[in-house]
Write a protein that binds this ligand. Sequence first.
Ligand SMILES: O=C(O)C(=O)C[C@]1(C(=O)O)C=C[C@@H](O)C=C1
Length: 335
Amino acid sequence: MPLSSLQVAFLGPPASFSHQAAAESFRRATADLVPHVSFADAFAAVQRGDADYAVIPFENSTNGSVVQTLDLLADRNDLYKDVKVCGEYYLTVHHCLVVRKGSYPGGLPSYDGSITKLYTHPQAWGQCDMFLSRYFKGVERQDVSSTSKGAEIVAKDTAEQGGAIASRFAAEYHGNGILAENIEDRSDNTTRFLILRNIQSLRTGEGYHQSLSIPPYLSAPAPAPASDPAPGQPQSETTHKTLISFSINHSSPGALASALLIFKAQGLNLTSINTRPSLKRAWQYIFFVECGRQPSNENKDAVLKALNDLRMVAESCRDLGTWRDQLGAETLQDV
Ligand SMILES: O=C(O)C(=O)C[C@]1(C(=O)O)C=C[C@@H](O)C=C1
């Protein structure tokens, strides 16, 4: 029986950066890319099984973590208990100042300062700070659900002179003009997206990945090689990353230090730590720890052991998934 298309959720409307990341990361699969109005909707679609995967921004090289995503991963109300990370994708993000088609034909050199309102996703402001301070100081800013939504508003609303920060793709998709291109502070501006799946779904299990010829990083952990490597030698060059969230009793001295030492004891390399408020008590946090290991026979149970030990010292603890690093081992060591 032919396999039906994969359903891949992304933050819409079409032509958002999330759309681009979804299209690029599933380019080798037969997939329907389905827009959702919020990250929460995309998480819910994966939890319900309406979507096989979701492609969700996690952090940006200029502006840092996407807190909305961290809050959804924190899952304080147990809404997304089967949603886990199975891959990642890095997208270089170039922003444009998008305007209504036909306005400002002379471009930025002759821009007269008449734009009264700017629209974009909250993540994009901090990525274009220098350009905005130079040309749009004091102009009202309105957060919208995505960069693409901002471009759509500018195209439709003829009552005001609006501008949006969005991609060239979004400008063209919504029929806009472009006042300035590459307005991001740093030319290497990159957003890392996480690829989420439902761990209960057979359609997103490892066997399914392999039968579909979809990107290898969606089938982490990697299968063991035919012959065992020499003791101490890694099984593959690719680092496996794991994301774990936990909360601890802050009143106990050294509780956080003890929790972090567990990763070291298991030979897991900590690559990032994020926090979000627990929302149980003020000034108490949920910690998100990302750790990496080069898979070897010696460390194949390292994550499981770390989770078991963590459960002894943490108030709560959750395995949010393991996947193959897409940056490459050398780059990871440099960071
Ligand atoms: O608004 C979009 O186009 C998105 O896909 C969201 C998002 C984000 O939240 O980081 C994705 C990439 C860019 O960093 C800016 C915005």
